[in-house]
Design a protein. Structure first.
Length: 571
């Protein structure tokens, strides 16, 4: 349903001027008349009237242009700031910055994957630099991938940028190859990494040389798990503290960030048997072991959803728990968020299991909020993921194994509870409302079966109570509870449960207790059945002989006071 509507008048005093808001009104004719008047009186070069409609779900305005008059807008030439003009990398050292390495990894992705290495290794290993230089075509294509979009961004000719980056690549390759020829990268077969770190401290090229040492230690090591194990061995042999320790851990962390950016490496490290959801849960456990352990101690059921991290990944988790590799932890946490916001299913063949793992991820990521991610980032990710949970395809897969309409309603209630975001809650509520308001649902509850009428009322009451914990809007909740209550009223009317209770020879306190539990929503859903039970309870209480009997037995009235308050009766 559309929300409030108003109209906004924008003007441009001159053709090149930007649009500015002149007035806002709820009267469409007044807005249009004011626009025409300003244009006729030469108080504006152009006018525009827009209709703004508030979406009550997202609380955002949807804008539709109603009127545009006057001089057309003048296209503005994009001005490139002085600090962004020219090539973005001017020296070989610029290629070692994180953003530059990320770009290198992107434009050379296929070549790096074939070699089984990362961009960091390419920039620090002479053998890889020579191999890329010899490939020719690969390097030329990569340079073109960089030069063409940069030319459009900064307004510089493509050929100039291609020549510039070709020279830059040649200089960067020559730098790495020359360092290898001069034996600037000592082999760890003959030197201790701790001794090298102490020896390099204070030298101007210490980061470049240590990067070459660490990258060289991975030569010939294939596979994400084996490479992670080798890097953890280097971290174990690093100096104890101070600048030498940082000199070793920084290149290791840079390599780890690039190593885990590839999905194939992540599957190799954590295990190929894990699906997407379990892999993400394992990543969270690896980067936040303390938080996940604390949550499992409080709720052991989480251990069934979060895989155990073993081997090199467990070694990495221990270092993360000790406060090392903060950039890697943040990078992996954001990778989890990106995957949650992607359309990729967490458990493609198990819709119910997808909700379970999503709930687990929500719990664990929320526990890390403030250290790895902000709470807003976590909420945004799950709001985006929830959009995929209320689509027709997912809901159909989610309820296809439900044997009855009642079990389908219970599953949809769980869906309402687990999705986040106002719009997603409303979408889930529509699915549930369609289910409980269908003839199939009413027919199933009225049909004779293994359950008695009283048992069916209890099931409907449980369904209505579960709905209270879903966080739906008041309107949606009222609509669904009313539909459940109407079915419950029909079931009770056909079985005449309230009438039979009133005529039963059971003791008065017992009859009142049963009726009051129905009236309070404990054994019957809110609606006609609960109202009839309440009315009958009032009639029994007001009968003179019953009032006298209750007054004579105050011990029998005591247990009923709580039920009377719950049913809305004065105790």
């Amino acid at each position: 349903m559309a929300g409030p509507v108003h109209y906004e008048l924008y003007i441009r005093k001159t053709a090149p001027a930007p649009w500015t808001l002149q007035m806002a009104t709820e009267d469409r004719s007044h807005a249009i008349a004011s626009a025409e008047e300003m244009l006729a009186d030469d108080r504006a070069a152009a006018v525009r009237v827009t209709k703004e409609t508030l979406d009550p779900d997202t609380m955002e305005f949807n804008s539709v242009t109603v009127l545009t008059r006057g001089a057309p807008e003048v296209a503005r030439k994009r001005v490139v700031p002085d600090d962004q003009a020219g090539p973005r990398c001017g020296a070989p050292q610029d290629l070692y910055a994180p953003t530059a390495r990320e770009l290198v990894a992107r434009v050379l992705e296929d070549w790096l994957n074939r070699q089984g290495v990362t961009a960091f290794e390419l920039l620090h290993r002479p053998d890889l630099a020579e191999k890329l230089d010899a490939s020719g075509v690969e390097l030329q294509h990569a340079i073109q991938k960089v030069a063409v979009p940069e030319s459009q961004a900064v307004g510089q000719p493509v050929h100039d940028l291609v020549r510039h980056y070709q020279k830059l690549a040649d200089r960067a390759i020559e730098r790495v190859v020359s360092a290898g020829r001069r034996s600037q990268f000592p082999s760890l077969e003959h030197h201790s990494i701790a001794d090298l770190a102490h020896r390099l401290s204070g030298q101007p090229d210490r980061a470049f040389i240590m990067g070459g040492v660490v990258a060289g230690s991975l030569k010939g090591v294939r596979g994400g798990r084996a490479r992670l194990d080798r890097l953890m061995d280097l971290a174990d042999r690093a100096p104890m503290d101070g600048p030498p320790l940082a000199l070793v851990l920084v290149p290791i962390e840079q390599l780890l960030c690039e190593l885990f950016s590839a999905r194939t490496n992540l599957a190799d490290v954590l295990g190929p048997a894990l699906d997407q959801g379990a892999s993400l849960a394992a990543v969270v456990r690896m980067v936040a072991p303390r938080e996940v352990s604390a949550l499992i101690a409080q709720d052991a059921r989480l251990a069934l959803q979060v895989p155990v991290v073993e081997g090199p990944a467990a070694r990495l988790g221990e270092r993360v728990a000790a406060g090392q590799f903060p950039l890697l932890s943040a990078s992996l946490a954001r990778m989890v968020v990106r995957e949650l916001m992607s359309p990729r299913r967490l458990r493609p063949n198990d819709a119910a299991g997808e909700i379970d793992i999503l709930r687990t991820l929500a719990t664990t990521l929320t526990a890390t909020a403030g250290r790895l991610l902000t709470l807003e980032e976590v909420q945004t990710a799950f709001n985006e993921r929830s959009k995929s949970l209320v689509t027709a395809d997912f809901v159909a897969a989610y309820v296809k194994d439900c044997g009855t309409v009642l079990s389908e309603a219970e599953a949809l209630t769980r869906l309402c509870e687990n999705v986040t975001g106002t719009a997603n809650k409303r979408s889930a509520a529509r699915w549930l409302a369609a289910c409980v308001g269908s003839l199939r649902f009413e027919g199933e509850m009225r049909a004779a079966g293994a359950q008695t009428a009283a048992q069916k009322l209890g099931v409907l009451a449980s369904l209505a109570r579960a709905l209270k914990a879903c966080g739906l809007t008041e309107r949606d909740e009222t609509e669904i509870v009313s539909a459940i209550g109407a079915v419950g009223g029909t079931v009770e009317a056909e079985a005449r449960i309230v009438a039979m209770l009133a005529r039963s020879p059971a003791p008065l306190p017992q009859k009142l207790a049963v009726l009051l539990r129905m009236a309070s929503g404990d054994t019957a859903p809110p609606g006609p059945a609960a109202e009839r039970a309440k009315a009958e309870a009032v009639k029994l209480v007001r009968a003179p002989q019953n009032r006298a009997a209750l007054a004579a037995s105050p011990e029998a009235l005591g247990p009923l006071k709580g039920l009377m308050r719950a049913a809305g009766l004065a105790a």
